[in-house]
Design a protein around this ligand. Structure first.
Ligand code: A2P
Length: 338
């Protein structure tokens, strides 16, 4: 039985879940989900932007049919993509936000989500991918499109009002956000009826963001940390590596405890912060098991050494621009040269 964190509305969030970002290769994510659930995972972190929800839905269907798990024992998370915000930016109000959730539910084969997140605190306009033919498609992550058109209005406030309706009509048990700063969270808190249950952000030893974590804990907002190992999406692999697995401080602690570097990094996230859950992504069976085999403690003095690795480095800056450019939303401060 995995430990959980209570949400304000009485629902429970498992402390660890399976990430599915970049698990796009046909067949891989479905097998990973099936394997993970059978290995004891109860939380699956999905997003329409990852382009693999249909395959995850097929895997869930098989699991339910086999009796491997019941729907009510799983905690399924998904996210609204940037092209589908609600509100005044679009002539059609809530329509695309409502349709996007319906599509996500259909792809996943579910009639409700446990948690629905606004993926980023800004929107993309739909973009004509090919003007000559007038093809108009929503952008998807990784589809090779040129830079998206930025839409800088605070449409996430309209989207939040729409999300509150999803709780009222039972399509989402809980609602939250992702990649939001304190200021952006406060804007929602100031106008909302239902406060955000969760903020999903990048969390690993290079990116502590203590102020944001303290703010979330104080406001009873649980934090889901993504990329606990770092990421192959690194924008600066020469300086920071593609992940933290080869960091010498982590390696020494791993050797001392007879664990892998990945286990140290994952254990650190939950041991270090009682308001945090973590969602390591893997499609490799042995790693899926390894990443939840965390029946050990890191000594306080080693936790301190890991905390000292903080350098403000974020692996995901693809949507972030330097502060000072008012035309662009950013979700955090980016260090020079990053
Ligand atoms: P894999 O899925 O092949 O097991 P990203 O989100 O950028 O894909 O980062 C996760 C990366 O970390 C993946 O490449 C994943 O590989 C890898 N990974 C996950 N768990 C482990 C682990 N326990 N040891 C080493 N690498 C891991």
């Amino acid at each position: 039985e995995q430990s959980t964190l209570a949400l304000k509305n009485g629902h429970h969030l498992p402390r660890i879940g399976l990430g599915t970002f970049q698990a796009t290769q046909q067949g891989l994510v479905g097998s990973a989900v099936k394997y993970a659930v059978k290995a004891g995972y109860r939380l699956i972190d999905c997003a329409s932007g990852y382009g693999n929800q249909k395959e995850i839905g097929a895997a869930l269907k098989e699991l339910f049919e086999e009796g491997a798990v019941k729907r009510e024992d799983l905690f399924i998370v998904s996210k609204l993509f940037q092209t589908h915000h609600a509100g005044t930016q679009h002539e059609d109000g809530d329509r695309r936000c409502v349709e996007s959730l319906d599509e996500t539910l259909e792809d996943l084969g579910l009639d409700y989500l446990d948690l629905y997140l606004i993926h980023w605190p800004f929107g993309f306009q739909e973009k004509k991918l090919d003007d000559s033919e007038g093809i108009k498609q929503p952008l998807r992550l990784g589809d090779g499109s040129p830079n998206p058109i930025w839409n800088i209005k605070m449409e996430y406030l309209d989207t939040w009002r729409c999300f509150e309706k999803f709780v009222a009509n039972g399509k989402c048990k809980s609602i939250g956000v992702s990649n939001f700063t304190e200021e952006q969270l406060q804007q929602i808190i100031d106008m909302c009826t239902i406060p955000p249950a969760v903020n999903q952000i990048e969390v690993h030893p290079y990116l502590l963001q203590q102020n944001l974590h303290s703010y979330c804990a104080e406001k009873n907002i649980r934090v889901m940390g993504y990329s606990p190992l770092g990421s192959t999406s690194s924008n600066h692999p020469q300086k920071y590596g593609v992940n933290l697995l080869s960091n010498p401080v982590i390696k020494v602690i791993a050797e001392k405890l007879g664990k892998t570097a990945a286990q140290i990094l994952i254990k650190w996230t939950t041991q270090n912060n009682s308001n945090l859950i973590t969602i390591p992504k893997s499609t490799t069976p042995s790693r899926i098991v390894e990443n939840v085999s965390l029946d050990f403690e890191i000594e306080n003095e080693d936790v301190k050494k890991i905390n000292e690795l903080d350098c403000g480095h974020r692996y995901f800056i693809s949507y972030l621009k330097k502060p000072g450019n008012d035309n662009i939303w950013h979700s955090g401060v980016i260090e020079e040269g990053n």
